[in-house]
Design a protein. Structure first.
Length: 373
């Protein structure tokens, strides 16, 4: 099989230099392979058999343009996993004996969080029943059947207690969604927190976050929404954005999907447009262009998306979501990994996919993962 030709075509695709026909070939191969890859031991689809079939089809089907567009749209949701699938298909026979057989496994995280009310009382949301949980500061606090926390205004209730702050915290291995009384929707990733008033005041909406949180802010023209982290403030009127501010990471990243936001930190200020990300590192604020949903909120949509990340960043994500400790036995070359996989697979499947690149290996001991070159 002509592995060299396949690698060259993949490289062209990732660099954005493929022709429309070449893109259709690769994207069709990816989609077929993704359907067939239920187990590591399954036989890979022949890339060049697919190539011949798709190119022939493109030449004979009259509605060629619409077909290419369809493939492109489908691949937009999965192309980040393409490099891993390439390794999976063309190295599995060579690496089968090298892939670790894990003696134990760890299940993924789930909807878990603790809500702390203004009086200091705590509610374990994972173990609480559906329905009304509490009543305070003019709002009902309830848990829905699908596991969301919802704040509803009480009709005609007094709104004097505006300083009634609540905090929701997710542990390692937890995530949660909350609907605030102004209609704003918030998703918390693992090991994250959101501090907010039970009822917003008349002039502003102010919340504080740690960890990673995604916001869909309800629009109020004269009541700005402000998100504070340890080192920066984000001000919006109504928009969709993601904040990544884990203490153990060296940067704070704010990514905008819709609308606009103003970022302030250390006397600097930037305004983001959709598809841009601000990075705060060592007191410096800069703006980069990024992908949108697949890159930024993969976690919210239920999967890991490794987009050129090094092994340390990837293992930080795994540590938080699976609630495990990470040990490194040797230093690693700073190289990037690209791929996607469901966050609801056991950790062994995530690790096995990484191992198929041939650059890293793992051992699971209890709730500890050992990383080896």
């Amino acid at each position: 099989m002509e592995y060299k030709k396949a690698r060259q075509l993949i490289k062209k695709y990732l660099n954005g230099t493929c022709t429309a026909e070449e893109k259709a070939v690769i994207e069709s191969w990816y989609l077929k392979e993704s359907i067939e890859r239920d187990t590591v031991e399954s036989s890979p689809i022949d890339f060049f058999e697919t190539e011949d079939q798709i190119w022939h089809e493109l030449r004979t089907v009259k509605r060629r343009k619409s077909k290419i567009v369809w493939y492109g749209a489908a691949a937009a949701a999965v192309v980040a996993g393409f490099t891993f699938l390439f390794y999976l298909s063309y190295t599995k026979l060579e690496t089968k004996d090298q892939v670790t057989v894990y003696k134990s496994d760890i299940i993924p995280g789930s909807n878990k969080a603790v809500l702390t009310l203004s009086d200091g009382s705590k509610i374990d949301l994972d173990n609480s029943n559906y329905g009304l949980l509490a009543e305070q500061a003019g709002v009902y606090i309830r848990k829905t059947e699908d596991g969301q926390l919802v704040y509803d205004l009480i009709p005609g209730a007094s709104t004097i207690e505006l300083e009634s702050y609540n905090t929701i915290e997710t542990p390692k291995g937890g995530q949660y969604q909350i609907n605030l009384p102004d209609g704003t929707k918030v998703w918390l990733n693992a090991a994250s927190s959101l501090k907010f008033p039970a009822l917003f005041g008349a002039k502003e909406r102010l919340v504080e976050v740690t960890g990673e949180v995604y916001f869909e802010v309800a629009k109020y023209k004269n009541k700005p929404f402000t998100v504070k982290t340890i080192d920066q403030a984000i001000e919006v009127l109504g928009t969709h954005f993601n904040v990544n501010a884990y203490p153990e990471e060296s940067t704070v990243r704010t990514s905008l999907l819709e609308g606009s936001v103003s970022i302030s930190a250390f006397g600097q200020q930037v305004v983001l447009k959709p598809g841009q990300q601000s990075i705060l590192s060592q007191g410096q604020l800069k703006v980069l262009k990024i992908g949108l949903e697949d890159d930024v909120i993969a976690w919210k949509n239920g999967y890991f998306n490794f987009s050129g990340e090094n092994i340390t960043t990837i293992m930080n994500k795994i540590s938080r979501w699976y609630d495990v400790e990470i040990d490194y036995h040797k230093d690693f070359v700073d190289q990037g990994y690209v791929g996607t996989i469901s966050r609801f697979e056991n950790v062994s499947k995530v690790l096995r996919m990484l191992e198929l690149t041939g650059t890293v290996h793992f051992e699971i001991k209890g709730r500890r993962i050992i990383v080896m070159p």
